[in-house]
Design a protein around this ligand. Structure first.
Ligand code: GMT
Length: 378
């Protein structure tokens, strides 16, 4: 198949999933054209079947806001014509699904199908914003196929946007081999020179991630057992979090690593991963940690219970239950036998239920199904 994949290039789950899917599909012989405003950071292994196309927007004094959605639609039209693309797969509804719809209309609908994958904040945060609501609802209804990364996200989309059409759940995935290959890249001593336990968190430091809760959980763990906290990522809350770490007198034991392209070598150093988000449609970083045999302590919100099994691969508690999350962290880190069991179970769940070898064929089959169906009326 000849497929155009539209995604964000920045550090964030939707761009990671789109890039890993592109790599997986290219390896299976499909011709993949990635379309974005910069090369996605996770497009780590270039392949002869992957082509990158940059959407450049000219800046004119009249434009207070550069019209990216229109530039993207124009680029998609050009690419469909130049490369005979059969399908556009838009990752993250805003504005990608709308641009794909517009491209399809310009091309007179007949030559191209559009699949939209909903990732989470496009529905839960951005989608809830009235200024985008009608366009998101319209593009979900008009896409030839729609997928969501968890059942939670599917149900929430149907409920909040009053959607009548089918939405297929295709879970996010990991490469079980890559974490094994990175195994001896973990330099544990450089982070925990005296054998301290290592707790880890990775996110875009937005309020929805509640990174403050990560620090407060760590403070309680740190009071009981020698431990270090490694924070990966960057975003609007970073300065607030740095101040909180200082106020709690934890600066010597908290490491801010900033944005990192490759998480496996770091996750392989971790004893526990913390994800106490307010909302999380799936929690790809939690799955990536589990793939590296790291149990996860998280909130029982959104799609996280579909990924993490309470009492088996980690623990889930209501949003803001810092005390419980700290207690369970201490319990797990102080019981080597239980910790070992959870590590094993976390890795097993990641590799058995979210293996790229199982999930990528689901996308392939969905592409084929959509290509076989008759065009929708515009
Ligand atoms: O987590 C973010 O804010 C980034 C966002 C994205 O689109 O990159 O992540 C969402 O998509 C990921 C990939 O499908 C999911 O694993 C995340 O759970 C989801 N984030 C939220 O729902 C908050």
């Amino acid at each position: 198949m000849k497929v155009g994949i539209v995604c964000y290039p920045t550090h964030g789950g939707s761009g990671v999933v789109a890039s890993e899917l592109a790599i997986g599909l290219a390896k299976k012989g499909h011709e993949i054209h990635i379309v974005s405003y910069a090369p996605p950071f996770r497009l780590h292994s270039f392949h002869q079947n992957i082509f990158f196309h940059e959407v450049g927007i000219a800046s004119y004094p009249l434009f207070k806001y550069p019209p990216y959605a229109l530039g993207l639609a124009t680029k998609l039209v050009e690419l469909v014509e130049a490369y005979d693309l059969e399908l556009i797969h838009a990752h993250y509804a805003v504005p990608h699904a709308a641009s794909a719809y517009l491209a399809k209309q310009i091309l007179n609908s007949q030559v191209i199908k559009v699949i939209t994958t909903l990732h989470g904040t496009d529905i839960t945060l951005v989608g809830a914003d009235q200024s985008f609501y009608r366009v998101i609802k319209f593009t979900i209804e008009k896409s030839d196929g729609v997928t969501a990364v968890s059942d939670y996200l599917k149900q929430r989309t149907i409920r909040e946007f009053d959607i009548q059409r089918d939405i297929k759940v295709i879970y996010n995935f990991i490469d079980p081999v890559r974490s094994v290959q990175s195994r001896n890249q973990c330099d544990r001593e450089s982070y925990a020179p005296h054998g301290e336990k290592i707790l880890m968190h990775a996110s875009n430091f937005r309020p929805v991630k509640r990174v403050g809760d990560v620090v407060r959980i760590f403070a309680q763990v740190h009071a009981k057992i020698p431990a270090k906290l490694i924070l990966i990522g960057d975003g609007p809350e970073r300065l607030f979090i740095k101040q909180l770490v200082k106020d709690l007198k934890l600066s010597a034991d908290v490491n801010f690593l900033g944005e990192q392209d490759h998480l496996e070598p770091l996750f392989l150093c971790a004893d526990l991963f913390l994800l106490p988000s307010e909302q999380e449609s799936f929690g790809l970083t939690a799955l990536e940690a589990m793939n590296c045999s790291v149990p996860v302590i998280a909130t029982e919100t959104g799609g996280l219970p579909e990924v993490i099994t309470h009492g088996e691969t980690g623990y889930l508690y209501p949003v803001g239950e810092i005390k419980k999350m700290a207690e369970k962290s201490i319990e797990l880190l102080s019981n080597p036998q239980k910790h070992e069991l959870f590590k094993h179970q976390a890795r097993r769940r990641a590799t058995q239920s979210f293996n790229a070898d199982q999930i990528i064929p689901q996308y392939e089959a969905f592409y084929e199904e959509i290509l076989r169906t008759k065009q929708k009326t515009p």
